[in-house]
Design a protein around this ligand. Structure first.
Ligand code: COA
Length: 169
């Protein structure tokens, strides 16, 4: 299994992986809409030339931040084809994705998802950093990870995802 950046030829397969993993097309369409937005990151997991997993990151904005020049990214969606789940592929996509975020200069990452699953990567509840998700979400589901110590110090308030998240049907 290798993890690499998305290529133009992968677009249809990425759509399929997201649609199958989530059991609906919402996330697949969202990725299509976000593609090309500045500072996004799209990685695929490939097994025997087939795309079996995908992860996407896009910029989020903080309501109050004293760090205008910092790049904050939101993780999601992440998807692994059902037949390939529970083999560590999702974990590797997330770990390598976070590393790539660091390499493109991101200082913090936010995620909305299962608290236990994301805690293993070091994501902590956003409330601990005085941050809230713009959406109504279950307690503990919105988490953040500093890639640079103190990156979220002096930040607070609502974290907003790209408008494509709200627009996507
Ligand atoms: C979430 C997902 C990407 C994980 O991919 P994966 O390749 O199966 O993940 P891994 O094999 O690396 O890790 C599996 C571990 O995570 C846990 N896990 C996986 N998905 C989980 C979820 N949604 N909630 C809680 N735990 C989850 C499993 O229990 C397993 O734990 P274990 O290692 O203790 O057995 C995959 O299950 C998926 O595509 N799900 C549907 C889409 C989705 O819900 N995406 C996440 C939205 S936040």
């Amino acid at each position: 299994m290798i993890i690499r950046a998305e290529h133009p030829a992968d677009i249809a397969s990425i759509y399929q992986v997201n649609a199958i993993a989530f059991g609906r097309e919402h996330e697949a369409k969202l990725v299509d809409r976000l593609r090309g937005v500045p500072h996004t990151l799209s990685l695929v997991a490939v097994v025997e030339d087939a795309i079996v997993g995908h992860i996407f990151f896009s910029p989020v904005t903080l309501e109050e931040s004293n760090a205008d020049r910092q790049l904050f990214l939101g993780l999601g969606p992440v998807a692994v084809q059902p037949a390939h789940q529970r083999q560590g592929i999702g974990t590797q996509l997330i770990r390598q994705g976070i590393e790539q975020c660091r390499q493109i200069g991101s200082t913090a990452v936010a995620v909305l998802g299962d608290p236990q699953f994301y805690a293993r990567f070091g994501f902590i509840p956003a409330e601990e950093k005085a941050l809230r998700c713009e959406y109504i979400v279950p307690e503990g589901a919105f988490r953040v990870l500093e890639l640079e110590p103190g990156a979220l110090q002096n930040c607070r308030g609502l974290v907003r995802y790209r408008p494509e998240f709200a627009d996507c049907e």
